[in-house]
Design a protein around this ligand. Structure first.
Ligand SMILES: [Zn+2]
Length: 527
């Protein structure tokens, strides 16, 4: 081992006045237990973890949504990298529910035993008991995080000195932290060290976040405790641009426990044909990592839809000159005007916006998107906004949302695979009551409505065809109408009444279309 370290030391680039990257890494290994860390074979950790989602808040840019309080037990085989995490996730958003499941990553593929999401794939729905293979995107994103919080990451760095690079000390909260850059198999990490103890303090990646642009995503390690001559961080916090989105408190660590091979076993039917880990750089990390914060990841390499269940996105003609983008987990609504188009919502990300613009240019040639109306700011219905704005569309949002979206559209976005990567001059209209887009023949309205889901919410309405559009308050065709109104459905009924609209049907940001008189019957049965 000493030989390896000596070689590493000599191979490292010389940096004056500061420790070389290899010296910083070796110092950290010593601080974490030296030989005891290098001898680590297996590890079991039990922890409690809590999740907050920044972009499912009530107010755009406001207090993050607390979503989930979980416990997990994680077992690792350090030599093979195989990991199993047994979860009990207790969600309070978007609905109260508990998911108990196991995630196994081994041999470059992933497997989930149990139900882990409301957006289940066909494979999960048809398996009894429920289980499914992970998408290659989820394998890649999960592997990146397992590497980031692995106690052996520093040992891996020491073994790969050519992948280490010196970087300037990093300023964090007024402190200057020595740092190294490490090109791992799955990501580029910036590791920062506590100057006093030499322990790793922060491990950061640069991620694309559609609403925040190029972002810092960092794991912050603290509360180091000694277990069997080896030091482990009992507090692990993930920060997205400085805000705590995951807080983990470790309750128990077991060093070198015996782990049978069956701990990491993936049943043959789920091993055969399992997607391989997606290529580094092709992964929408923040989407794949954060949809599980609220238990809604559609675990699919197509991201926008489940290829086993859908042939892909399609334009459904729901009225003359009105096309509903269906076939995926999230929809938008395109309305044709005399010389231009209006679209409601920009779901999931720029890939779906590109598809929508492409399909619209074939269906409605020569008509650009002049307006994009957002029902609300939640990430899954607004993250594709940049593409429309970059193409010159005016962004129409509800009261209290304009400043947030001006910031979104002017934040740098060099890291997004599909992002427009050009400077956008945002043209954002904020609606405090109603806003009518007209070509003299067709009126398309956006109406601010009271609702329990998001502040500054707009309901869409195409007057001549008596068609409404709402997202998340009612998902017609997906969620059957209940016998009595729930708060979301009541908001739709009241919004229609307050604005004196006369819809025959609604199209949804999820699902398909539904009859408004049927919803009124439910309203009449409520009281
Ligand atoms: Zn929402």
């Amino acid at each position: 081992m000493k030989k390896t370290l000596l070689f590493a030391l000599l191979a490292a680039p010389f940096v004056s006045h500061a420790a070389s990257p290899t010296e910083s890494v070796n110092k950290a290994i010593e601080a974490m237990g030296g030989n005891n860390l290098q001898q680590l074979k297996t590890l079991t950790v039990r922890a409690r973890t809590r999740h907050w989602e920044p972009h499912q808040s009530v107010q755009a840019g406001g207090e993050m949504r607390f979503s989930c309080d979980s416990i997990y037990t994680q077992s690792r085989d350090v030599s093979t990298g195989a990991t199993r995490t047994d979860w009990e996730r207790n969600y309070v958003y978007p609905a109260t529910r508990t998911y108990k499941f196991s995630e196994i990553l081994a041999g470059g593929i992933g497997y989930v035993n149990g139900i882990d999401t409301t957006a289940r794939t066909k494979q999960s729905l048809e398996s009894n008991p429920p289980q499914h293979t992970m998408s290659g995107l989820r394998v890649a994103a999960t592997t990146r995080e397992l590497t980031r919080n692995s106690p052996s990451l520093l040992v891996e760095m020491a073994k790969n000195p050519k992948r280490l690079q010196a970087v300037a000390d990093q300023n964090v909260d007024g402190r200057s932290l020595p740092a190294v850059r490490y090109q791992g198999n799955n990501a580029t990490y910036i590791a920062m060290f506590d100057p006093a103890t030499g322990l790793p303090e922060r491990i950061r990646t640069r991620d694309y976040e559609p609403l925040e642009g190029d972002s810092n995503y960092a794991l912050v390690l603290s509360d180091w405790c000694t277990v069997d001559g080896f030091n482990y961080p009992y507090k692990q916090v993930y920060q997205l641009n400085g805000r705590n989105v995951i807080e983990t408190s470790v309750e128990d660590v077991n060093v070198n426990p015996p782990l049978g091979a069956d701990v990491f076993a993936i049943p043959e039917p789920y091993r055969a044909g399992a997607p391989k880990m997606a290529a580094y750089g092709k992964v929408p990390y923040q989407w794949v990592l954060r949809r599980p914060f609220i238990g809604t990841l559609l675990d699919s390499d197509a991201v926008l839809y489940d290829p086993q269940a859908s042939s892909g996105l399609r334009l459904a003609d729901v009225a003359p000159g009105v096309s509903h983008v269906q076939g995926g987990s999230h929809n938008s609504l395109i309305v044709e005007m005399d010389k231009f188009l209006v679209v409601f919502d920009a779901p999931i990300g720029e890939a779906q916006s590109k598809w929508t613009m492409d399909a619209a240019s074939k269906k409605y040639p020569g008509k650009p998107f002049k307006y994009v109306v957002l029902t609300h700011h939640h990430m899954d219905h607004s993250s594709g906004i940049r593409i429309y704005a970059a193409a010159g569309a005016t962004v129409v949002v509800g009261q209290g949302n304009a400043d947030f979206f001006k910031k979104v559209l002017t934040s740098p976005d060099s890291l997004g695979a599909d992002s427009p990567k050009k400077k956008i001059n945002p043209n954002v209209v904020e609606v405090a009551g109603s806003y009518i887009i007209t070509d003299g023949k067709r009126d398309v309205g956006a109406y601010l409505i009271e609702n329990p889901h998001a502040a500054g919410y707009l309901m869409g309405y195409v007057h001549d065809v008596k068609l409404g559009f709402v997202t998340d308050l009612w998902s017609p065709g997906r969620d059957p109408l209940p016998p009595r109104l729930n708060p979301g459905l009541a908001a739709v009924v009241n919004g229609v009444k307050n604005w004196n609209l006369e819809p025959e049907r609604f199209a949804g940001g999820h699902g398909s279309t539904g009859s408004f008189p049927d919803l009124l019957k439910v309203a009449a049965a409520t009281n």
